[in-house]
Design a protein around this ligand. Structure first.
Ligand code: GTP
Ligand code: MG
Length: 658
């Protein structure tokens, strides 16, 4: 298939989407429409296909197609090394298929687990090109640049006297302890084993299923081995516990001692449709977990919009490790409080969290056991259950996960998720992402078709480019921190404080008054300040628009048709009209100065300061500060996003602005 070829796509090509026929048909229609545009463009104005934005849109459509036409979903098992990924894979399957270890990093090859009629192991070796890419990356990471034209022996020679340096505070990637030894081993593996294994277009070799332990794991110490030349391995086996539509991928753990393990995982992220991210219960937010989640967010946002919801499930494993205190404490740092942060911090809903413990699973496998025994495995007493219930009272999803933990170490719960939830959720997310991408790509192609049908004349083109550069310049100006809005934000704060003091001055009584009086005064001050804030922000909004309008007018540029409006200036004026008015542009997010709890909080026993006039003033000044700050940001965001919209319209009209 040509890289920019968009073949048709029909329902039969997308077996996984049967789950949601209506959604599937909508997306297929969007795909067909985008394809139609592309065919038209190819026929009427093939030169437009070279436009970088158009080419990008085409690439995105091809990528969406690849995802929609998947035969299986790929769900990665990711996380720090030793988090228990491979053991969990095995518990899920009910059989030791994936090699697992004791006390040392284990999995060294990305291993796909697929359902097959009988046990099979297929090894996929690097293609020549992928080997070179990997080599270059490893050399770069070991601070050995420009090795592309050297032989393995030459690089090894260079490595013999190579000591990577790490200047303190340098932003360069840190060279980990085993990076150089690993690179040496990698090169030697190539010298010893490449012949016959590394072919230009990659090579697949069948191996014995029984040999998987030696082939797919790190041995003790580093030695030259054909395994280092593996791109991935496929372990096939019969199973009726897993959903045949899901393929689980056991990835090497991300460790502290060598970069290559994280590289292997990271390279795999773009192919994944979903992931289980493992973390250890004693450090759910370890650096490696955070980094992984950030990478996953990047990867899933690149192909769509959704982020981690319906994409990533977190397995908080080794629940036996944290102490009783760490689990039950009511502080912010206790386990249950920490786990809840996956939602605000990473956008992972709490029904995407699972707890795991291997020892409880072992109990369950042996036969019936009582709850006390399960609790004992995670260092809890029977009476602690009520404390857990209390901690999780407002959080049914975590209650469910905890119940799953006590039932069989979380394996059954995870199995249900995998069989009944993950496939459906991922399919839904793929459909939503696809729709959004196709819509955007459609707009881009549509613009190209129109552009080709109604090209700008030379003079217009010049004018349009000028408009575009004026607008881009304005956007940059409004983006820089010290520009327009920052000064106005400061001024706004000063003005509002003065406004408050002015109103407060004559009422000196208040500076000493008791709680009740201040409580009466508060709504009056808050209402007044809220009005002032809205009035001044509105003015700032108007000034922001006027400032841009002045800059646009100064260009004294000729008429130019953008989206039916006569000029970019007219379009800008229309934005202004839409955003004018006291409240039209104010998003819900604007902080309000009415907050009934404010005074109550201050008078609570936790606050040592008594509620007097001075405290009251300090309180309102703090409130003014945050209101002014956030309000200013809202206005500046609004003005900037309108500018960007305008620049985008122009770019579509011009094609390539520069
Ligand atoms: N304490 C405790 N140990 C566990 C639990 N689950 C797994 N383990 C142990 O943790 C170790 C981790 O096994 P590995 O196979 O290395 O885990 P992995 O995450 O696949 O690691 P890599 O392959 O190195 O990425 C094994 O020794 C398991 O027995 C658990 O719930 N609690
Ligand atoms: Mg493993």
């Amino acid at each position: 298939m040509d890289a920019d070829d968009i073949p048709p796509l029909v329902a039969a090509d997308c077996p996984l989407l049967d789950i949601d026929p209506a959604g599937r048909d909508r997306v297929l229609a969007a795909y067909a429409a985008a394809r139609e545009q592309w065919l038209r463009l190819r026929k009427q104005a093939p030169e437009e296909l070279a436009n970088s934005e158009v080419a990008q849109a085409v690439r995105q459509i091809v990528e969406v197609r690849r995802r929609l036409a998947r035969q299986t979903y790929l769900v990665g098992f990711l996380g720090p090394s030793q988090a228990g990924k491979s053991p969990t894979v095995n518990n899920l399957v009910g059989r030791k298929v994936s090699p697992q270890g004791e006390g040392e990093a284990t999995t060294c090859v990305v291993t796909r687990l697929a359902i097959a009629p009988k046990d099979v192991l297929t090894l996929h070796y690097f293609s020549g090109e992928r080997y070179r890419e990997r080599r270059t990356k490893l050399c770069d990471w070991a601070q050995l640049p420009n090795t592309d034209n050297m032989t393995e022996a030459q690089v090894l020679d260079k490595l013999a006297s190579h000591t990577p340096s790490q200047k303190p505070g340098s932003s360069a990637r840190r060279v980990l302890a085993e990076d150089v030894p690993y690179l040496r081993c990698f090169l030697k593996s190539h010298q010893d084993h490449a012949a016959g294994l590394i072919a230009p277009s990659g090579k697949a070799v069948d191996a014995s299923f029984e040999q998987r332990d030696t082939l797919l794991t790190h041995g003790t110490g580093l030695a030259s081995s054909p395994s280092l030349l593996l791109a991935e391995a496929v372990l096939g086996f019969p199973s009726d516990v897993l959903d045949a539509k899901l393929e689980l991928i056991d990835c090497p753990g991300i460790g502290a001692s060598r970069s290559v393990d994280s590289l292997l995982t990271k390279e795999y992220l773009p192919t994944l449709d979903g992931a289980l991210v493992f973390c250890r219960a004693d450090e759910p937010f370890a650096g490696t977990v955070e980094e992984l989640l950030a990478d996953l967010k990047d990867s899933f946002t690149k192909h769509g919009r959704g982020g981690l919801a319906s994409r990533v499930w977190v397995v908080v494993n080794k629940m036996d490790v944290p102490s009783r205190e760490a689990k039950l404490g009511d502080g912010d740092k206790s386990l249950f409080a920490t786990v809840r942060k996956f939602e605000p911090k990473h956008g992972i809903p709490l029904d995407q969290i699972v707890f795991g413990c291997e020892d409880i699973h072992k109990l369950a496998k042996k036969g019936p056991f009582d709850r006390a025994a399960a609790l004992d495995k995670i260092k809890l007493e029977p009476e602690d259950e009520s404390v857990v219930a209390q901690r999780l009272a407002d959080c049914p999803p975590l209650q469910k996960a905890f119940e799953g933990l006590l039932t069989d170490g979380g394996v059954g719960y995870l199995r249900t998720l995998i069989r009944e939830v993950i496939g459906k959720a991922v399919a839904g997310q793929i459909l939503r992402d696809a729709e959004a991408v196709l819509r955007d790509a459609g707009v881009e192609l549509d613009a190209a078709v129109k552009r080709a049908g109604n090209p700008l004349k030379a003079g217009e083109l010049q004018a349009a480019r000028l408009w575009w550069s004026v607008i881009s310049g304005q956007t940059a100006k409004l983006s820089s921190r010290n520009a327009f809005f920052e000064e106005r934000g400061k001024q706004l704060r000063v003005d509002l404080e003065a406004e408050f003091d002015k109103a407060a001055q004559p009422n000196t009584l208040r500076l000493m008054s008791p709680d009740e009086l201040l409580n009466m005064q508060y709504p009056v001050d808050a209402a007044h300040l809220q009005d002032e804030l809205a009035r001044r922000l509105d003015q700032m909004n108007k000034d922001g628009f006027d400032d841009v309008a002045t800059a646009l007018a100064a260009g004294n540029l000729p008429e130019l048709d953008v989206r039916g409006d006569s000029t970019p200036m007219a379009l800008w004026r229309r934005f202004r009209a839409e955003d004018a008015g006291n409240t039209a542009w104010l998003a819900d997010a604007l902080p309000t100065l009415y907050q009934p709890a404010l005074l109550g909080q201050l008078a609570s026993p936790h606050v040592a300061t008594p509620l007097d006039g001075a405290t009251y003033r300090a309180l309102l000044v703090g409130k003014i500060r945050s209101a002014a700050h956030r309000g200013t940001r809202l206005v500046s965001d609004r003005v900037r996003s309108r500018l960007k919209q305008l620049a985008e319209e122009l770019r579509r009209r011009i094609g390539t602005p520069a």
